[in-house]
Design a protein around this ligand. Structure first.
Ligand SMILES: Cc1cc2nc3c(=O)[nH]c(=O)nc-3n(C[C@H](O)[C@H](O)[C@H](O)COP(=O)(O)O)c2cc1C
Length: 349
């Protein structure tokens, strides 16, 4: 299936595997690329050295194009831009606080810039800054998300910009792909669906919690780091929801110190990049203080395999996913389903 997106990225199918911290590793990205989709490496939770090694690992596994996701406001951002240019990755994705100088540099190296947005006004701004395409994440989506559903947000963005638009948030199959194309998208981007594949590095015990979850139990809360984030209800999230203000501060300090130790970052550097973001109006001072909660508590579930003691970021779509196929099986199935859906629609006329 050829669309403006496949033409731009050089992939076979209009299917993007999104970046997910501690999930979208080199192996998952390479599997997606080899199967004809387009994967983004979750560089936002990696050091430049780890990104470098992961890019080399992907290139050793596939000669197909892929992308890197990172935050443009962090202190290592320039080094990551250099790495993307050096390795000639096909695309980069980013969200909050984009940097016009970096966007310009990446584009002049032939790298496509594809930010994720959650509102039409942000899509317009991103395109004015040079975005080659935008991923529009509806409120159903996993991770940090907004409140407007894909069915409303997608056509609004399609009508507001003149670059290819990719639909994200709530997609898992070929019916969804056809629906998104009908609403004007050039493809779909999926996070949770790729988290639940064989190649995803998430421990089986944690994947099983996603499979068991019902859609009603996957809700948005700000209690993790002050930003709206969709997560599966579990004992850890319930504790967070019940915590007093004092308890939240104690947790923020504990996780802040652990995160600084883990990433070899000084508390000063952490606070500096958080301060930069609060100055741009992207997060508040309270959110700044809670910023380390997410990495520490997500890793507990996603890396260490303790789903009840950590946090489970998830799209609502996990509630209707009930299998863990290989990436190749998943992509082939989605393309088969989309053909069936198109045939059914054509039979109506
Ligand atoms: C476990 C998890 C981790 C995520 N981590 C990131 C991240 O590091 N960077 C990012 O831009 N988006 C992140 N997201 C959001 C996804 O990239 C994507 O936009 C979203 O999952 C799409 O919705 P879906 O899950 O319904 O497919 C994450 C989502 C999940 C479920």
């Amino acid at each position: 299936m050829k669309t403006a997106l496949t033409d731009m990225l050089g992939c076979q199918y209009p299917l993007i595997q999104t970046a997910m911290g501690w999930v979208a590793d080199a192996n998952l990205v390479a599997a997606t690329a080899s199967a004809g989709g387009f994967g983004f490496l979750a560089g936002a939770v990696m050091s430049p050295a780890e990104i470098d090694a992961s890019i080399l690992e992907i290139k050793a596994k596939t000669d197909k194009p892929f992308g890197v996701n990172f935050h443009m406001y962090v202190k290592d951002a320039e080094e990551i831009v250099d790495l993307c240019c050096k390795h000639k990755v096909a695309a980069v994705s980013y969200s909050r606080s984009p940097n016009a100088v970096f966007v310009e540099r990446l584009k002049s190296s032939g790298i496509k810039c594809i930010p994720t947005v959650g509102a039409a006004k942000h899509a317009v701004k991103a395109v004015a800054m040079g975005a080659d395409a935008v991923v529009v994440q509806g409120g159903e989506g996993g991770g940090h998300t907004g409140s407007v559903a894909s069915t409303i947000l997608l056509p609004e963005v399609v009508d507001s910009v003149n670059v290819p638009v990719v639909a994200a948030g709530g997609f898992k199959d070929g019916r969804g792909l056809v629906a998104a194309l009908a609403l004007g998208a050039s493809g779909i981007a999926m996070g949770t669906r790729f988290l639940l594949t064989q190649e995803s590095p998430v421990p089986a015990v944690t994947k099983n919690q996603y499979i068991a979850a019902r859609p009603e139990a996957i809700n948005i809360s700000k209690r993790l780091d002050g930003l709206p984030q969709r997560m599966i209800s579990n004992p850890c999230l319930s504790e967070l929801e019940k915590s007093s203000a004092l308890g939240m501060w104690a947790l923020a300090i504990k996780n802040g110190l652990a995160f600084a130790h883990l990433t070899n970052t000084s508390l000063f550097d952490m606070l500096k990049s958080a301060w930069k973001m609060s100055r741009t109006g992207d997060i508040s001072v309270a959110q700044t203080m809670m910023a380390a909660n997410a990495p520490m508590m997500i890793q507990e579930a996603m890396v260490k395999g303790h789903p009840d003691e950590g946090i489970l970021p998830s799209g609502q779509v996990a509630g209707i996913i009930d299998d863990i196929p290989t990436v190749e099986e998943l992509i082939q199935r989605i393309m088969r389903e989309s053909e069936q859906a198109l045939t059914t629609i054509k039979s109506y006329s």
